[in-house]
Design a protein around this ligand. Structure first.
Ligand code: WQD
Length: 315
């Protein structure tokens, strides 16, 4: 069972799961999901992860053996404005879902976590065992989710894996592209299409070109990591927390240059103020993903920007 399967990341996970020969049932409340992202021959249950009876029924009806849980709220700024809502949706939703997991005796669980749990790390690349000091209610809810899984697995047969996503970008298919405009690449593409310069949030960071460095990971690579994580939870009783990134950082200016190449024209930008809470550099250590999941990213920044540009042109 894939929660949030009608979302940007979820729809790519459906593709990867089916390519691996698995059957999938999607649970989505369609608050941000799109019907057309879910193939017609994949069962789609319209409902919330917090509707425990519906979740248990779905697990029984579809003989669910494992859950990949993506359904959650993910806007950092909104989480600062609405902390109760974020705890309700992300922590409350997971709590209810795990009660259903217990009732239906499902033993395998993959959880969508975030690099947001690290806050502003002193060192990059960041190791999974390093300090977790989230700077937003969003990041806190993701970290609490990891704790909850670890606590539950201590008292029931639950094999789980939490994937800490870095900066997800790109599209495997134009139809599955990110339609929200919440992150750097979609924001710059929107500004460019509207003839406005992009704003670079600060150029006085201690990085080679002064702009923030992030680890951008192609959504197709990320989706494949979920399949590997699902397999891992089935092969052994695990409780693993794993970064999902490329291990390579790109600065904001490098992203703009790559977008310029994909667009065929230079992207206009201006330098703005720093954004509160932005770490100068946040890059994943990918050793654990390689060792434990046997997974590595295949795509690079140009693949992400070009697929994002193609998807936008198709819309
Ligand atoms: C990327 C870089 C900005 C917009 C967030 C969450 C994280 C995870 C991924 C979900 C930064 C710069 C941005 C703009 C800019 N989310 N930027 N001008 O903040 O790295 O991570 O999304 O799990 O938890 O915190 O992503 O895309 O907002 O920013 O210069 O108009 O682009 O400063 O360096 P971020 P982002």
């Amino acid at each position: 069972m894939l929660t949030g399967g009608a979302g940007y990341i979820g729809s790519h996970v459906i593709v990867a799961l089916r390519e691996s020969g698995r059957e999938v049932v999607v649970l989505d409340d369609m608050s941000t999901g799109l019907r057309e992202r879910v193939p017609a021959d994949v069962p789609l249950v319209f409902g919330s992860v917090a509707d425990k009876d519906l979740v248990v029924q779905t697990m029984m009806d579809h003989e669910v053996t494992g859950v990949i849980h993506l359904a959650a709220k993910k806007a950092v700024g909104e989480s600062v404005e609405r902390p109760l809502y974020y705890y309700q949706e992300n922590v409350g939703g997971l709590l209810s879902l795990l009660e259903a997991v217990r009732i239906a005796e499902v033993e395998h669980f993959v959880y969508s976590s975030s690099a947001g749990v690290y806050g502003q790390p002193d060192h990059s690349p960041v190791l999974e065992d390093g300090p977790t000091v989230p700077l937003s209610p969003y990041g806190e809810t993701k970290l609490v989710g990891e704790w909850l899984l670890a606590d539950l697995a201590a008292v029931m047969p639950l094999s789980w894996c939490a994937l800490r996503y870095f900066n997800v970008a790109g599209a495997g298919d134009p139809a599955l592209a990110d339609t929200s405009v919440g992150n750097l690449i979609p924001i710059v593409l929107r500004d460019d299409s509207e003839g406005r310069p992009a704003t670079v949030f600060g150029d006085d960071y201690p990085t080679p070109d002064g702009t923030c460095i992030r680890d951008y990971i192609h959504v197709v690579d990320l989706a494949e990591a979920h399949v590997r994580a699902a397999e891992l939870t089935e092969q052994a009783r695990v409780g693993e927390i794993i970064n999902v990134g490329t291990g390579t950082g790109s600065s904001v200016l490098e992203v703009l240059a790559s977008l310029g190449t994909a667009l065929g024209h230079e992207v206009a930008y201006e330098i703005g103020a720093r954004r509160a809470g932005d770490p100068g550099a946040l890059v994943a250590s990918v050793d654990r993903a390689t060792e434990v999941l046997g997974w590595r990213s295949r795509f690079d920044l140009d693949d992400m920007t070009s697929s994002a540009v193609t998807a936008l042109a198709d819309r």
